[in-house]
Design a protein around this ligand. Structure first.
Ligand code: SDX
Length: 388
């Protein structure tokens, strides 16, 4: 068998599919969704415009966007049974565990016979993931859940779902909703990363979109992937508590025996800089000053970045800040609790996962089934237990 398979752990050099959705150039730090630069989209588009672009391949006209937004709003009421499933989850659990289960449960409550039109599933997922994502937070602060307010745009509605005390009024801060819009766009797709490859692989067995997205959420949760944004803030907090001694943590990150990695640094593809990190770093400065927030970890993050960028260990390995390095600082300034940072990543990545699943199914790709290099025992005869 080893005559014709290539051993490529982590698929570092494997082109697992053909895709027309997102283009990355790791050396040049280029990221484009359907040909449009991430810089322009983050600056000029709304998140639903970008979701439409990723899923349908073109930027929508105003009529198409209004129709898409209204169709999503029409699905912004979650099946009561799913609320009951959520109530069974302890507030001590991680919200990524809860939303992965709730999304997976949508198959049972919306698609019993497995024949739901995927276009309907798409609208339900985009409408309901943000709603379900706020339930853990409300549970954790002992408040009841809110209902969607369809008079608001997508990001503003998420903020009222999160922060409105049920029964009271809530005023969305446009600075906050604009910052959230930019963050969600920056996370919306990223070619064949771990969680997107998971969505495609699970979907290749013709599992439902709900089942495939649930698998993607679980893959994103890992600390080496989307879970890194939470790890970054916890790392920065630890450095702050330790007197802000960044040199100590740089040294630990270089020491293989320490088991410590500089979270938010390094990337499988970007060997120069992550264009999203550049945009998020500037947005962090802008948002914190606009909100009048003085967060000492921002200073620690900048100092850590400068120290690493001038250190041979990181330069030689082309380790630069990635999308997760600064995003948590903004989420925190927006009032999002730390263990919901990866949930925010999932809300942003949802349209990308959906677009990639649709493309894989439209292209009638075969079920994914990689091979291996076998390194186990050669053939041997069974030994009765009495003789072992
Ligand atoms: C995301 O793929 C995507 O597109 C993902 C993502 C997306 O949008 O979907 O961009 C989102 O997941 C961003 C990455 C978030 N993860 C982190 O920030 C965790 C910290 N980073 C690393 O664990 C690591 O850099 C990875 C996982 C991101 C990339 O790992 P690779 O490409 O497999 O690289 P590697 O583990 O083989 O490391 C190469 C070398 C090793 O040293 P040597 O054995 O060569 O001496 O670099 C070292 C590593 O030890 N290294 C680090 C390091 N990252 C790599 N050393 C210290 N700190 C780090 N962060």
């Amino acid at each position: 068998l080893s005559g014709y398979v290539t051993y490529d752990p982590g698929f570092k050099n494997t082109g697992a599919t053909k895709s027309a959705i997102t283009f990355l150039d790791g050396e040049e730090g280029i990221l484009r969704y359907r040909g449009y630069s991430i810089e322009e989209l983050a600056d000029k588009a709304t998140f639903l415009e970008v979701a439409y672009l990723l899923i349908n391949g073109e930027l929508p006209t105003q009529i198409q966007l209004d129709s898409f937004a209204n169709a999503i709003k029409a699905e912004a009421v979650v099946n009561d049974s799913i609320v009951k499933v959520s109530n069974a989850f302890p507030k001590e659990g991680h919200p990524m565990c809860e939303i992965a289960a709730l999304v997976g449960s949508m198959s049972a409550f919306y698609d019993v016979d497995g024949n739901e039109d995927p276009e309907k599933s798409i609208l339900r997922l985009i409408a309901q993931l943000p709603i379900m994502a706020t339930w853990w937070y409300k549970k954790s602060i002992g408040e009841g859940i809110n209902q969607a307010d369809t008079s608001l745009d997508y990001c503003s509605d998420f903020l009222q779902l999160m922060f409105k005390t049920p029964g009271s009024s809530y005023q969305v801060d446009p600075i906050v909703s604009k910052a959230l819009n930019k963050l969600l766009i920056l996370h919306a797709d990223h070619e064949q990363n771990c969680s997107t490859s998971t969505v495609r692989l699970v979907g290749s067995s013709h599992a439902s979109l709900y089942a495939s997205i649930s698998a993607g959420i679980n893959a994103l949760w890992g600390p080496l992937h989307g879970g890194a944004n939470q790890e970054v803030i916890e790392m920065l907090e630890a450095i702050k508590a330790d007197g802000g001694d960044t040199e100590k943590y740089i040294a630990m990150a270089k020491d293989k025996n320490s088991g410590f990695r500089l979270m938010g640094f390094g990337h499988r593809v970007y060997k120069n800089f992550d264009p999203r990190a550049k945009i998020i770093k500037k947005a962090a400065d802008d948002v914190l000053s606009a909100l009048g927030v003085n967060d000492p970890v921002l200073g620690i993050a900048s100092h850590l970045e400068q120290a690493a960028l001038n250190d041979e260990y990181f330069v030689a390995r082309k380790l630069y800040p990635n999308v997760d390095f600064y995003s948590g600082i903004i989420y925190r300034a927006l009032g999002i609790p730390t263990n919901m940072f990866t949930v925010m990543f999932a809300i942003g990545r949802l349209p990308g996962w959906i677009a990639q699943w649709k493309e894989m199914r439209a292209n009638k790709e075969p079920i994914g089934r990689p091979r291996q290099i076998y390194t186990g025992a050669t053939e041997r005869a069974f030994v009765e237990i009495a003789n072992r």
